[in-house]
Design a protein around this ligand. Structure first.
Ligand SMILES: [Zn+2]
Ligand SMILES: [Zn+2]
Length: 376
């Protein structure tokens, strides 16, 4: 995976701090700003810098980019084919509309408590087997999240009644408080203590949610985990987090991947490692053995005179790349097991073997006493 392009655009290292990224961004956008720099290509360069900073300047987007590349930073996978199924058109756009309409700060200072707000994000850990991580999997996730109350549909008022304009603040959600200070009378705006900022009073609260309009509900989603994921990678499911406020969108659900270890294989990215144990006769004379891979057994020819530590490559028998492209390989490392419990016939055969060649071997016959106190 080459997720370094945005870093290169800003001329910073992958380990750069947010501060360094911001500094580099400021410097470069000044240099290439179309109002200042009239050179050919400067405008494109300026746009590239903006794009890189939009991702790297945001910790969450940056983490996603580091793992999945540009598509990951935008909440998608593999060219956007990944997770759109979960949220229809996607809240990405919805959210953007909200922030441009409502995010600009209300006049009068302070945050408007009645403005739509996105709900909180949630995190859920999904455990995968080694094989599921290699081949991908569809997992059903069940969790509780705050949702709109099903009885009152989020209004907080008993069905058949509606919230009314707050009698104290007149619906503004804030009230003015005058305080005597050494500098004179100060007027401050504080959140209304009757409606707590909503601007609405509920005379007849809903029995289910007691007026909050929110309810903890069990929720189930399906997550399609792409082939080739690794531990600590995250998948964002837009709109699957907690309910928003004042009609704002739901937060997101971050599915954090955990891959269980395999008792046979190890994996590093797309490469899978396997240790093949041979006895010393197989190593010396050669053999044909079945080697397990996640794709099924593969026949491997061990040549005569294979040394311990020798590595064979089984092309294409590794894990797929998350970003597409060629599938990885499996490496098979040879371990030669030295026999430990020779019987007399084997002992004799080995001595004959040594004598047949030019090997000088003088095994020491152990007596009973030495055997008892053998150091190893
Ligand atoms: Zn309710
Ligand atoms: Zn009020």
């Amino acid at each position: 995976m080459n997720n370094t392009e945005f870093y290169e655009r800003l001329g910073v290292s992958k380990s750069a701090s947010q501060d360094e990224i911001k500094k580099a961004y400021r410097k470069l956008s000044k240099k290439y700003h179309p109002d200042i720099n009239k050179e050919a290509g400067a405008e494109q360069k300026y746009k590239d810098i903006q794009e890189a900073y939009e991702t790297l300047g945001d910790e969450q987007k940056r983490a996603s980019y580091d793992q999945f590349g540009a598509a990951g930073a935008n909440g998608g996978f593999g060219g956007g084919q990944g997770f759109s199924g979960f949220d229809g058109a996607g809240f990405g756009g919805f959210e953007d509309i909200f922030s441009s309409f409502f995010g600009g700060g209300m006049s009068g200072g302070g945050r408007n408590p009645n403005a739509p707000r996105k709900g909180d994000d949630l995190q859920y850990r999904v455990n995968l087997t080694f094989e599921e991580a290699v081949f991908g999997a569809t997992k059903e996730i069940k969790y509780n999240r705050e949702s709109s109350c099903h009885t009152c549909d989020g209004s907080g008022a008993k069905p058949g009644t509606s919230p009314v304009k707050c009698s104290r603040c007149g619906g503004a959600g804030v009230i003015n408080v005058d305080t005597q200070t050494p500098l004179g009378m100060m007027r401050r705006q504080v959140t209304c203590d009757v409606c707590h900022g909503s601007g609405q009073e509920i005379k007849d609260p809903c029995n289910t949610c007691h007026g909050s309009g929110r309810e903890n509900q069990a929720h189930t989603v399906e997550v399609r985990v792409p082939a080739g994921v690794e531990t600590d990678q995250q998948i964002r499911l837009s709109g699957q987090g907690e309910a928003g406020y004042n009609g704002g969108p739901h937060g997101d659900l971050f599915v954090v991947i955990h891959v269980a270890a395999s008792d046979k294989f190890e994996r590093d990215g797309t490469t899978i490692y396997y240790r093949l144990h041979l006895n010393f006769v197989q190593a010396a004379l050669g053999d044909t053995v079945d080697v397990p891979t996640v794709h099924g057994d593969v026949e491997l020819t061990i040549p005569e005179g294979t040394q311990a530590g020798k590595r064979f490559r089984l092309r294409g028998k590794g894990a797929p790349s998350l970003r597409g492209g060629a599938q990885g390989d499996q490496y098979v490392t040879i371990i030669v097991d030295t026999p430990t419990d020779l019987n007399d016939d084997q002992r004799k055969a080995l001595m004959d073997f040594a004598n047949a060649g030019d090997l000088k071997v003088k095994p020491k016959k152990k007596n009973f006493f030495e055997k008892m106190f053998d150091a190893d």
